[in-house]
Design a protein around this ligand. Structure first.
Ligand code: GLP
Length: 256
């Protein structure tokens, strides 16, 4: 894993944007895997700025989102469909038919999951997969205990994840208990490069275990140690439990 420690959230977003924008320019038909949550918001703002300045073009870019809550209509204000529309899709020249988010509002979710993996494969896989990380080490919505051998699937959200995500909902009871998520296998097998972003003290232990800990279903992000091309951009509060090799440097390389 390549670990880049940065000073603050703005630097994290700018670093992520510059790394990805270079690749989008080199490969205008790039396939991006996109994440939600608060972490990638700054990256998406940077992309929007670049687009508005005429330095980044999304007209041929294709995207696949990691996950969606089960049972929320796409137009629900907390659905990840709405999140993506508001924070990126409506602000750049991505074509609607080039964007993909699991449709977790349909009756036959098993079919939705199967077709989602097929679509990713038909697109030739994902060139850069953006990931955040949950405080419990989840990636996408792959909670601790997830079988790493499965593709896109329906998950029961951990109580801690429901609590954490309740900040976006009016009441805790409104947070859906289930989601459709790309599986660990989907992410590991289909992504050529992975860019994981982490900030905030509450992510520090998960980041430490992801990089230095055992590879285990107890911390799903630890499977990324097995992927050949992972870059982690981590803000210093989220990095403070890392070994010295990664801490305090702007561009450090580290292995296990
Ligand atoms: C959410 C999403 C993940 C995200 C994570 C962290 O539940 N499903 O894709 O990475 O939790 O969110 P945040 O960036 O808001 O801390």
């Amino acid at each position: 894993m390549r670990v880049i420690v940065v000073e603050d959230y703005a630097a994290l977003s700018q670093k992520a944007a510059s790394l990805t924008a270079d690749q989008i320019r080199q490969n205008p038909r790039i396939v991006l895997g996109l994440a939600t949550g608060s972490t990638p918001l700054g990256l998406y703002q940077e992309w929007v700025e670049m687009y508005k300045q005429g330095t980044l073009d999304f007209s041929r870019v294709r995207t696949f989102n990691l996950d969606e809550y089960v049972g929320l209509a796409p137009e629900h204000e907390q659905s990840y469909h709405t999140y993506m529309q508001q924070n990126l899709f409506s602000q750049v020249n991505l074509r609607p038919e080039h964007t993909h988010i699991p449709s977790a509002y349909q009756a036959d979710l098993t079919q939705v999951c199967k077709e989602y993996d097929e679509r990713i494969e038909a697109a030739g896989g994902i060139d850069i997969q953006i990931l955040g990380i949950g405080a419990n080490g989840h990636i996408g919505f792959n909670e601790p205990g997830t079988d790493p051998g499965i593709g896109t699937h329906i998950v029961q959200l951990a109580e801690t994840t429901i609590q954490a995500n309740s900040r976006f909902f009016a009441r805790l009871e409104e947070v859906p208990g289930q989601a459709v998520t790309m599986g660990i296998r989907t992410i590991m097998k289909n992504s050529r490069q992975i860019l994981l972003l982490a900030y905030g003290e509450e992510k520090a232990e998960a980041v430490r275990r992801m990089i230095h800990g055992d590879i285990s279903a107890n911390l799903p992000a630890s499977y990324l140690q097995l992927h050949p091309s992972v870059t982690v951009i981590v803000e210093k509060k989220a990095a403070h439990l890392l070994d010295e090799i990664a801490c305090g440097t702007a561009d450090a390389l580290t292995g296990r």
